[in-house]
Design a protein around this ligand. Structure first.
Ligand SMILES: [Zn+2]
Length: 154
């Protein structure tokens, strides 16, 4: 296959074993700042996906809470295929710490009593949320914490 511009388009999605956390890219700026991008895969590609309302709520919850656990977060955004998220961090290169930050963030999701910014002023589709769905996704992910660093199936 021809090499494509988007890193994940060069990933064989039939070979991965979700859930996992995979380093998907490293980019260094001209002043030496370095951005690491992670593929946080919740669901097995082409076998399962996150329902939109649950995905939307876990996105709000994770995006808000992860910044309480790390000052390095640039962005956390959902994948259009609804199987995971991308996390970008700046000037931080410790994979195991990323897993710990993610674990704490998902624990926050489990303990949440509401979805932050779930209103028409702060969100683009405020009617499309499910706290319960988000918490189910977080619990499923946490149950498989030991597998996060295993990216490919045997
Ligand atoms: Zn929103």
């Amino acid at each position: 296959m021809t090499k494509m511009n988007v890193e994940s388009f060069n990933l064989d999605h039939t070979k991965v074993a979700a859930p996992y956390v995979r380093l998907a890219g490293v980019k260094e700026g001209k002043n030496g700042d370095v951005v690491h991008k992670y593929d946080i895969r919740f669901k097995q590609p082409n076998k399962a996906f996150m329902k939109m309302d649950a995905l939307h709520s876990i996105e709000h919850l994770m995006a808000e809470n992860i910044r309480n656990h790390s000052d390095h977060v640039v962005d956390l955004s959902p994948m259009g295929c609804q199987t995971g998220f991308y996390l970008s961090v700046i000037n931080h290169d410790n994979y195991d710490e990323i897993l710990d930050v993610l674990e704490k963030t998902l624990q926050d999701v489990v303990n949440a009593t509401e979805v932050p910014a779930c209103n028409e002023v702060q969100c683009g589709w405020a009617a499309n949320h499910s706290l319960e769905g988000a918490q189910q996704l977080a619990r499923e992910m946490l149950e498989k914490r030991a597998e996060w660093s295993t990216i490919f199936a045997e």
